[in-house]
Design a protein around this ligand. Structure first.
Ligand SMILES: [Zn+2]
Length: 309
C-alpha cells in the first residue's frame, strides 16, 4: 500500500526509503495471523538446504530468520534505510550479505544462486516478465524460486464483483492496479510469465483464507493459522485467497557460476570487481560501486576509476 514511487533506469520502482513499514504494517498492524500463515507456507515450500540464497525485496528482514537453513543469504532491497533496519534486526554476520539494487537490474553473475525467494514484492512491479527473466538468469540450472503474489481472483473480489460493488472483473487476465504501484495478478498470468522465463511451477499454496477482521478478532491466531495451514494445499487445484505462494524450478539451461565469481558490473556486465575497503571497482569500465556501512550499493555507480586517481 506504500506509495514511495520514483523512476529508476527503466521502470518506476516502489521505494520504501524512509518508510516505517515494518513497525507500522507488521509490528503494530494487527497482522500476526498473516505473518504466521506466510511462515508456514514458506517452511513447506523452501528447499531443505542450500549454499547460497537470494531474498528479493527483503524490507526490514521480517522473514529472513526462515532462511537459517541456507549457508549464506543475500538480502536485496532498493531502499538503503530498509536494509539498515534489517541489519539492526538481524545483526551483521558473514552469513548475510546486504545489497541495495533495482529488481530489474540484479548485480550478480549468471547461475549464482541455489534459490531465491520473493514475498510481497512482485505486486509492486510494472513489468513482471522482465523481473522474472532477470531472476531466472541469476539462478543455477534447476535452481528454486519461491514466490508470493497478490491474487486478483480472490473470494472477496469475486463476491464484490457479483454484488456489483466492484467494477473490475477478478476473472480477466490483466493485472489490476488497486493503488499506485500495487498490482494484483491473475494466477494464470503469473504461471504463464514463470513458464516464459524458464521456471516451472511445482507446488502452489493458497494463504490467508481467513483474512477477515471479525474472524481475526474473535478466533485465537494460532487456531486460525492452523486452519489456514490445513487448507493451503488446495492451492494446487484452485486459488481464491488474497495471497498465493508457489515453488517453481528453473529449467536446466545455462551453467552454474564459477566459485570465485559473485557480483557483476551493471554498467558493462563485467564479472570481475575488485573489493577495495569501501567500494567495488570494475576492472573493465572502471565504475565504482560503494559499500556503505556493510551494504553494497548497486543503485548507481559513484565515479570512474581514473576520475578518482
Ligand atoms: Zn564495468
Amino acid at each position: 500500500m506504500y506509495d514511495g514511487s520514483h523512476q529508476s533506469s527503466e521502470y518506476p520502482v516502489c521505494d520504501y526509503e524512509g518508510s516505517e513499514y515494518q513497525r507500522e504494517f507488521w509490528d503494530k498492524g494487527g497482522r500476526e495471523y498473516e505473518d504466521l500463515v506466510e511462515r508456514i507456507a514458506l517452511r513447506r515450500l523452501l528447499p531443505k538446504t542450500g549454499r547460497l540464497f537470494l531474498e528479493i525485496g527483503c524490507g526490514a528482514g521480517r522473514l529472513t530468520p526462515e532462511f537459517d537453513r541456507f549457508e549464506r543469504v543475500v538480502l536485496l532491497d532498493y531502499s538503503l534505510t530498509q536494509l539498515q533496519q534489517a541489519q539492526e534486526r538481524l545483526g551483521q554476520s558473514a552469513r548475510l550479505v546486504f545489497v541495495a539494487a533495482d529488481i530489474y537490474r540484479l548485480p550478480f553473475v549468471p547461475g549464482l544462486f541455489d534459490g531465491a525467494v520473493m514475498v510481497r514484492a512482485i505486486h509492486h512491479l510494472v513489468d513482471v516478465p522482465s523481473a522474472l527473466a532477470g531472476i531466472r538468469a541469476v539462478l543455477k540450472p534447476s535452481g528454486t524460486l519461491v514466490l508470493e503474489y497478490a491474487n486478483k481472483q480472490n473470494a472477496k473480489a469475486i463476491l464484490r464483483y457479483w454484488l456489483r460493488r466492484q467494477e473490475w472483473s477478478p476473472f480477466t487476465r490483466e493485472q489490476i492496479e488497486f493503488t499506485k504501484l500495487n498490482f494484483n495478478m491473475h494466477p494464470q498470468t503469473i504461471r504463464e510469465c514463470l513458464s516464459k522465463a524458464g521456471l516451472r511451477v511445482r507446488q502452489q499454496r493458497t494463504v490467508s483464507h481467513f483474512r477477515l477482521e471479525l474472524l481475526k478478532r474473535i478466533v485465537p491466531t494460532a487456531l486460525l493459522a492452523a486452519a489456514d495451514a490445513a487448507l493451503q494445499f488446495t492451492g494446487n487445484y484452485y486459488q481464491i485467497t488474497p495471497s498465493v505462494f508457489l515453488r517453481a524450478d528453473a529449467d536446466s539451461r545455462g551453467r552454474a557460476a564459477a566459485p570465485d565469481q559473485f557480483f557483476r558490473c551493471l554498467h558493462c556486465k563485467h564479472n570481475e570487481l575488485t573489493n577495495r575497503y569501501d567500494h567495488l571497482a570494475c576492472q573493465e569500465c572502471g565504475r565504482l560501486w560503494m559499500i556503505r556501512d556493510g551494504i553494497y550499493d548497486f543503485r548507481e555507480p559513484v565515479a570512474r576509476l581514473e576520475e578518482t586517481t
